[in-house]
Design a protein around this ligand. Structure first.
Ligand code: FAD
Ligand code: 2HG
Ligand code: ZN
Length: 542
């Protein structure tokens, strides 16, 4: 138990307390943000259309012909990097765009287009619309709901070559960047100029700002900076028919009519292609402190959060939690040491960010000492330098990758009232155990090897992950819609941050009324009358 050392460290030495510890990030973060590394040759990813035969190809869509490919070569200036096609490239080169990050979904596209300019995107979409060719917009392909890859042979339009920073207004902090800019690259660009991105996630080394906005990503800093619905000020989009539009203005205030850009935030490629984004970026904090706490129960996680909001107030910038199984998985699969000595059923990661180092140090130290004295927490450590802070964040940010190394994953990102959050994990464990599907001493070969809970407590967002020996229909049906029923019963949302994609499209009714879904369909039809943008996803099948 680290209680004594923590108290001593807090009481005896101001030097031992964290000095300014901005999370030192490199582009090649310690844990991969691309696809899961495998210790042995990974099994081939099954085609989505084989796994889900009910997803019949829509016969209204045309198939790609050599004439189409020639036309796309014309549009993109016949640059090799712009066109990846079955005629010229290998299946492996196409797989990068056909397979998702989890290796759970796989399309059969024979054509990937990587335009460089908005005008090229416009010409491509106009042509696709005229020829009723279905497309999938793709950014960094780190999405976790099967939305970023084709189901059948939809053409992938990737933003990876649209990666210029257009401008940064250093007075207001308004950044305008093309959709294919990698989140971490933008963050580093800003940090050199005294700002930072208001968004941070484990996939930052690969995901694109266009993909972040299209999926309305939440991440680790939402508690501090709010959602993209507040920070995105305007965007440039290309509609299905090729029309280029500026939605909103790069201004903080603009009350002129419907705020159409909001529809694109979280639209997951179904309304148009986002080609550039203007976003309000905050000043980077000069004083950042990180602490990890071990607590005995989820009730104590909540109490620690309640107290953090009250006592840390404006400097609280992240409050994350994870359970013991997450810690075990991270240690098993990644070269990461446990920051605390005592094993606890739950862990909390707290970050504060401010501008007055001494003030923040004292505030956090006093807060932690009180929680220890009152036995709200049983163990804890305060990072004393950047390396320690980074090590603590590494544990939290590596959970997704650690789960992926266990085998198959079922992932749920749920919003429910905070007091009921972990009850979902318990209910899932109980159900799987009852069905004999959860591995234990009495069920040593059961397919579900772990059920873990972690997430953004500050946002009421639970990540429920099941690691399994593989995907089977039977397992899928044992979990869904049961998990969505649990959420609906608590008036929650079936997607707090990863979106609907292919995975949750059939279950939208667990979060939205029939009237709301019908209105969404009418919006979709207004923007994309032929339905060529990211078909088979987002909406329940009719
Ligand atoms: P993609 O995966 O390529 O696409 C996502 C969706 O957006 C797809 O439907 C696609 O069609 C659409 N799209 C992409 N680009 C465009 C565009 N330019 N115009 C229109 N539509 C487009 N999410 C969170 O919310 N919080 C997290 O903390 C978080 N952590 C993650 C950690 C890891 C390790 C991983 C692998 C994923 C994580 N995610 C998280 C999932 C998250 O949605 C993505 O990482 C990210 O926001 C997607 O960006 P992307 O560029 O990879 O988009
Ligand atoms: C996170 O918060 C991401 O780390 C990924 O949203 C969650 O892997 C997951 O389920
Ligand atoms: Zn998350």
């Amino acid at each position: 138990m680290l209680r004594t050392p923590l108290v001593r460290r807090l009481a005896n030495s101001a030097h031992a307390l964290a000095r300014p510890t901005p999370r030192a990030r490199t582009l090649s973060v310690a844990f991969s943000t691309s696809r899961p590394a495998a210790s042995k040759a990974p099994a081939a990813v099954p085609f989505t259309s084989d796994k889900f035969p009910e997803l019949v190809r829509d016969s209204r869509f045309g198939s790609v012909t050599p004439e189409h490919v020639a036309r796309f070569r014309d549009i993109t200036g016949d640059v090799d990097a712009a066109v990846i096609s079955a005629g010229t490239n290998t299946a492996q080169e196409l797989d990068v765009y056909n397979e998702d990050w989890m290796r759970k979904y796989k399309g059969r596209t024979t054509l990937v287009l990587r335009p460089k300019t908005t005008q090229e995107v416009s010409a491509i979409l106009r042509y696709c619309n005229e020829h009723t060719l279905a497309v999938v917009p793709q950014g960094g392909n780190t999405g976790l709901v099967g939305g970023s890859v084709p189901v059948h042979d939809e053409i992938v339009i990737s933003t990876v070559r649209m990666n210029a920073v257009r401008s940064l207004d250093e007075v207001s902090g308004i950044l305008t960047a093309e959709a294919g800019c990698v989140l971490e690259v933008l963050d580093l660009h800003l940090r050199e100029r005294g700002f930072c991105m208001p968004l941070d996630l484990g996939a930052k080394g690969s995901c694109n700002i266009g993909g972040n906005v299209a999926s309305n990503a939440g991440g680790l800093r939402l508690l501090r900076y709010g959602s993209l619905h507040g920070t995105v000020l305007s965007m440039e989009v290309v509609l299905a028919d090729g029309t280029i539009m500026e939605l909103g203005k790069p201004l903080r205030k603009d009350n002129t009519g419907y705020d159409l850009k909001q529809l694109f935030i979280g639209s997951e490629g179904t309304l148009g292609m986002i080609t550039a984004v203007s976003i309000l970026t905050p000043p980077k904090s000069s004083a950042v402190n990180v602490a990890m706490l071990g607590v005995k129960s989820f009730a104590e996680v909540q109490e620690a959060f309640r107290r953090a909001r009250l006592e840390l107030g404006e400097i609280l910038s992240a409050f994350e939690f994870f359970d013991r199984t997450c810690m075990d998985l991270v240690k098993r699969h990644l070269p990461i040491r446990e920051p605390l000595e005592t094993k606890s059923p739950f862990y909390v990661l707290i970050e504060t960010s401010g501008s007055n180092k001494d003030h923040d140090d004292e505030k956090l130290a006093t807060f932690l000492e009180r929680l220890l004295e009152e036995e709200v927490v049983q163990d804890g450590a305060l990072a004393s330098d950047t390396a320690q802070a980074h090590a603590m964040w590494n544990v939290r940010e590596s959970i997704t990758e650690a789960c992926s190394k266990e085998g198959g994953n079922f992932k749920y990102d749920l919003s429910v009232p905070v007091p009921q959050l972990y009850a979902i994990v318990d209910a899932m464990r109980a159900r799987l155990a009852d069905l004999g599907l959860l591995r234990s001493d009495s069920a040593p070969t059961a397919p579900v090897t772990n059920v873990v809970g972690f997430g953004h407590i500050g946002d009421g967002n639970l990540h429920l992950n099941l690691t399994t020996t593989g995907w089977t229909r039977e397992l899928n049906d044992a979990i869904e819609p049961f998990v969505y029923e649990l959420v609906q019963a608590r008036n929650g949302s079936i997607s707090a941050e990863h979106g609907l994609g292919l995975m949750k499209a059939p279950y939208l009714e667990y979060s939205k009324s029939p009237e709301a879904i019908e209105l969404m369909r009418r919006v979709k039809a207004a923007f994309d009358p032929k339905g060529i943008l990211n078909p088979y996803k987002y909406f329940p099948r009719q």
